[in-house]
Each structure stands twice: as structure tokens, then as C-alpha cells.
Design a binder for this molecule. Sequence first.
Ligand code: NAD
Ligand code: UFG
Length: 336
Amino acid sequence: MKVLVTGGMGYIGSHTCIQMLAAGIEPIIVDNLCNSKLAVLDRIEALTKVRPAFYQGDIRDEAFLNQVFSEHEIQSVIHFAGLKAVGESVAKPLEYYDNNVNGSLVLMRAMRNAGVKSIVFSSSATVYGDPSSVPITEDSPVGETTNPYGRSKFMVESCLSDFYAAEQDWSITLLRYFNPVGAHPSGTLGEDPQGPPNNLMPFIAQVAVGRRDTLSVFGDDYPTPDGTGVRDYIHVMDLADGHVAALHKVAQQSGLHTFNLGTGNGTSVIQMIDAFVQASGQQIPYQICPRRPGDIAECWASTDKAEQQLGWKATRDVKQMAADTWHWQSNNPQGY
Ligand code: NAD
Ligand code: UFG
């Protein structure tokens, strides 16, 4: 099976390509490299002995996409490409809506031109906003998002769902990721944020490796066991396996399929720092700071639906997430 992977050079896309190749699925990568490096392709090749087809270009360029589709017998698309920094989305809403919403619409048009009717979309737990209860099921309310990034994900979900209502021979899969962290166990692929990391795990890793002095812990007065924010961190290799499961189980069946991809476990900021100290043997100096605007107290996934319908369940624990992140960061202190 050949699958077009938009954003396949990025953090989650690159790990997913590795797991696809291991499962005998051929990725065809499209990426404009706005947030990734060509070196990723060499790393994928070194790990798998396969150099996937790669097209450098933008998903908003329909003629470019038409050309890629014309060169391969593509059965499905996994759509990772997009911008993902919450804070930046507040400062640059036009760029975020253009890339994430318009880009997805152009991709859908190119898919329709080519007669490819199966898409797996990278959505986010951010569509649930501040949940009224946990664990969050796929039926929990969506749409109360607090920033342009979150709204762009909710808009694309809405567009895809409207599209499915009109064209029911399509297979549309919405995967709502919780908090992806970790790295390939080889230590050769991982997350490589440009500039200061926005997210907890890469920030901790850069403090551990000496690139940054101190971690700011955003709030210790949440109604959680230790007062710091609780999230459902999921190892990127488990997330990658979740995509392979989706390709096998639902991407060839018409329908609108929605799944949470999380572990079902909550971990606080302080617990994650402790896990990282244990895994790395490094000190992680931190200071308690005010809450970050827009943050919620806690969120974790109900994993029942993915387990039942995809036959997929995350298996790697927080210890493994910290160990693999450290392996990657200590081997690649400056990233790729
Ligand atoms: P990433 O930035 O590492 O990967 C995205 C890739 O898409 C990059 O390689 C970038 O160069 C490419 N890209 C961006 N705009 C493009 C365009 N217009 N045309 C072609 N390529 C383009 O991000 P990631 O962490 O791997 O996230 C992948 C997807 O998962 C994104 O859609 C993101 O919103 C979603 N997601 C991520 C997280 C997370 O915490 N990492 C959580 C929930 C959802
Ligand atoms: N945090 C800190 N210090 C930091 C960074 C984060 O204390 O330097 C805390 C946050 O306050 C929060 C927790 O660590 O309590 C996790 O924060 P992240 O920024 O790592 O992750 P978020 O849950 O805020 O957001 C992530 C992705 C979003 C996605 C969302 C839900 O960044 O894209 O998960 O899936 F929408």
C-alpha cells in the first residue's frame, strides 16, 4: 500500500514513516521543510534501509499535489502538515488559518482530482477545550477552543465532517492526539524545535543537556494532586503505531472515524520532571511561575474506542518516554 504523508519530515510524521515501513506500507512524503530538515530523510534511510520518495513543496500548491498524485498509485493520505505553536498562532492567525485550514482544503481538492478517497487527519485534544470531566471520550463536547491553532484544528474537523456528509464513499479518520513526546529508541530521530521550545518535554530535555538554564513551571495552584498541570503524554512510537492501526483497520472503510490517541494516564509537570531526572541522571533546575494563559488543569483520554476498533493501545510508559527523549537529546544536543 502506498500512502501520501504530508508533513512526513516532521516530528510525528517521521516516526510514523518508520513504523509504516516496518509494516510494509510505502510512504510518499510531501513537506515544504518550514519546520523540519532534509537530514530527517537520511536518518529514516539509515534506520530502515529505504529512502522514501520525497517531494519538497507546499500543500497549498494544488498543481504540485496533482503532479505527486499522478506519479504514484496512492491509496490513502495521512495529513500531518501544518503549523502547531499555540502562542505563535495568536500572533499570526492569518498564517495559521491559511496553512492549516486552506492547506487541508487544497489537499482535499487534489485528492478528489486524483480519486483518492481516504484521509487520516492529525487533530488534537485541543478541540475538547477545557473538559468538564476526565477521561475525555470521543463524544465529549468539542469546539470551545481558546486560540487560533485550536480553532484551525476544529475547523478542519468540521470541514471534513461536512465533506463526509456529502460524499459518503470517503474514509475520513480524525485522530485526536493528546501530548506526543519521546523519540525513536535508536536516538537518531526526535523532536527538534526551532527556537525556545513551547512544550514541556523538549524544554526539560534542553535544560538537561545544558542548552537552557531553568525550566519555568507554569502554575502550582491547579486543582491537581501536586498543583501542577496534568496531561496524557503519549510516546511518539505508540502514536506512530496508532496511525498504522488506523491505516489497516479504518482507512479502507468508508465512514467518518474519530479516535483519541492517548494512554489514559495523567502525569503532572512535577512527575515528568522527576521521571526525566531519573532517566537522565541530570539536574533539572526549575522555578514556579504564574499560570500560562489558556492552559487547562488536567486532561487525559479515554482509550476504549481506539482499543476496541483499532486494536491499538499505547504500551510505553513515562519512564520510557523520558529515557528515549534523553537518548535523542544527549546524542543530538543541537538537534538535526
Ligand atoms: P512538525 O512541525 O514537526 O511537523 C509538521 C511538518 O509539516 C513539518 O515538517 C513542516 O515542515 C511541514 N509543513 C508545515 N506546513 C506545510 C505546508 N504548508 N506544506 C507542506 N509541509 C508543511 O509537527 P508535529 O509535531 O510532527 O505535528 C504533526 C501534526 O500533528 C500537526 O498537524 C500538528 O498540529 C498535529 N499535532 C501535534 C501535536 C504535538 O504536540 N506535536 C499535538 C496534537 C496535534
Ligand atoms: N509547561 C510548563 N513549562 C513549560 C511548558 C509547559 O510548566 O515550559 C506545562 C504546561 O503549563 C502544561 C504542561 O506543561 O501544564 C504541558 O504543556 P505543553 O505545552 O507541553 O502541552 P499542552 O498540553 O499545553 O499542549 C499540547 C500541544 C498542543 C495540543 C495540546 C492538546 O502543544 O498543540 O497538547 O493536544 F493542542
